[in-house]
Structures are given as C-alpha cells and as structure tokens.
Design a protein around this ligand. Structure first.
Ligand code: APR
Length: 240
C-alpha cells in the first residue's frame, strides 16, 4: 500500500486539475451507512425492498410509508464531515481540485467547505412544495410527524432523485465536462453500480484514474492506481 500512497501523493502534488467522483462510501466514516455493503441500507430487513420505497411511484402511492422510511433511514442531520470531505476541501482551496461530483445527498462536502460540488442525486437540504414550488429546508421535513405539507396544503418533496426519476441534465453535463478535461480523476467510496452516475467514469480521457474503495468495483481493472481501504483515513493521511 505504501507504494500506491506515494504514487497518489505524487500525482496530487503535480496536478492542478483533479476531479473527485464519489458515493456513499465517502460518508460512512461520518456514521452514514452506505447502501450495498453488508451493513448497508439495502441489506436491512423491511416490508418492501428499499429501492422500491425510495421510488417515485412508491412516493406517490404511499407518501406516509415513504416519509417514515426517508426520515428514519435517509436523514442524518447530526452527521459531520470526515477526513475525506475535509481533505477534498483543502485540495480545492489549494487550487488542485476543480470539482467534487457526488452521488450523495447529505451535503457533507459543502459542510466541509467544498464550493464546486455536483450533486447528481440532489440534496436533503433542498425541499419544495409540489403544488406552489415554495422552497423549504430540512427542518420542514424533519419536524412534523407524517407527510410534510406546505402552508398552501401541497406535499413538500425532497429535491432528491428517486428511482424512476431523471437526473438534472445541467448537473450531468457539467460533470461530464469536468471529468473529460480532468488530468487526475479520483473515484472513491462507490460501488459504481447505479447509472447514469456510474457511466460518468467513461468520459475520463487521462492516464491517472485512481480508485480508492473498500471493496472491489467494476473498474478496478481499468484504474491506473487502485488503493483499497477507508477513504477518510487514506485522503486524511496524504493530503496536506
Ligand atoms: N472507504 C472507502 N470505501 C468505502 C467506505 C470507506 N470508508 N465505506 C464504504 N465503502 C465502499 C463500499 O465498499 C462500496 O463499494 O463504498 C461503496 C458504496 O457503494 P454503495 O453502497 O453502492 O453506494 P453508492 O455507490 O454511492 O450507490 C450509488 O445507489 O441507491 C442508489 O442513490 C443511491 O447514490 C446511491 C447510488
């Protein structure tokens, strides 16, 4: 592992065009479970498969059940940025990292000070009335029992991409641009199993594709550098 860390440290020190692409594994060291690890959200027992519950049709058919699951299992208002989030924020401040592209909805990259953050799957901090479009913060979802409602009576919906919903095209296109122009692409804390997000890696055209992940992924064989382990520990150790 020492050799790989030295290599990554060298690529980071030599570059001013690094892009980071991450997933739920970036936030597990902040106490937020990921989805597909053995202790992940999708491996816990529920009446329905979680991917069914956090889908557009389930939200429409069973808003009460949807919100019970969403509030109990998808919101971590007390979670704090970990060493991975903080290291990426430092790299941006040093003018080395151009953007963070994340599948996470927890807002921890911004909480760590990152400014250019592409939230492919939205954010729990952005909520809006489905009738009058009034914007609401996370508090408005957390506070009431049951289905949160706007003063106009409409249901308040999180600005989070549910299964069966499309991603924001502008965010996707901007992410493609950052990745296709990146000198170094660091992919971390993601199983790379959900599209179109996972397909973004295909736009990388450089020769410094770095993978930092606890488990094996579909792109291990394509990466120029693979570091297995906890991303918070790894980035916290090598980023000044
Ligand atoms: N350090 C490094 N890797 C980690 C860590 C860690 N501390 N913790 C977990 N991992 C790895 C796991 O080994 C796993 O490969 O992170 C990956 C997390 O994969 P998933 O749980 O599938 O999460 P993600 O890839 O973000 O899922 C993508 O699926 O359900 C949708 O919308 C949801 O955005 C999510 C998308």
């Amino acid at each position: 592992m020492e050799k790989e860390l030295e290599q990554l440290k060298r690529w980071i020190s030599e570059s001013s065009n690094i892009v980071f692409f991450g997933g739920a594994g970036v936030s597990t060291e902040s106490g937020i479970p990921d989805f597909r690890s053995v202790d992940g959200l999708y491996n816990m027992q529920y009446d329905y498969p979680p991917e069914t519950i956090i889908s557009h049709s389930f939200y429409q058919r069973n808003p009460e059940e949807f919100y019970r699951f969403y509030k109990n299992k998808m919101l971590f208002p007390d979670a704090k940025p970990n060493a991975a989030h903080l290291a990426l924020s430092r790299l941006e401040r040093q003018g080395k990292l151009k953007a963070v592209i994340t599948q996470n909805i927890d807002g921890l990259h911004q909480a760590a000070g990152s400014r250019e953050v592409m939230e492919l799957h939205g954010s729990v901090h952005r909520n809006y009335c489905t009738r009058c479009r009034q914007a609401y913060d996370l508090e408005a979802i957390m506070k009431p029992d049951g289905v949160p409602r706007c003063i106009c009576g409409g249901i308040i919906k999180p600005d989070v991409v549910l299964y069966e919903e499309g991603l924001d095209q502008a965010t996707l296109q901007k992410s493609v641009r950052y990745i296709s122009q990146a000198e170094v692409l660091i992919v971390g804390g993601t199983s790379l199993t959900v599209y179109p997000a996972a397909g973004l890696v295909d736009y990388y055209r450089g020769t410094k594709l770095v993978l930092i992940n606890r488990d094996v992924t579909a792109i291990d064989s394509r990466a120029n550098l693979v570091i297995s382990g906890k991303i918070g520990e790894i980035l916290g150790q090598i980023v000044d």
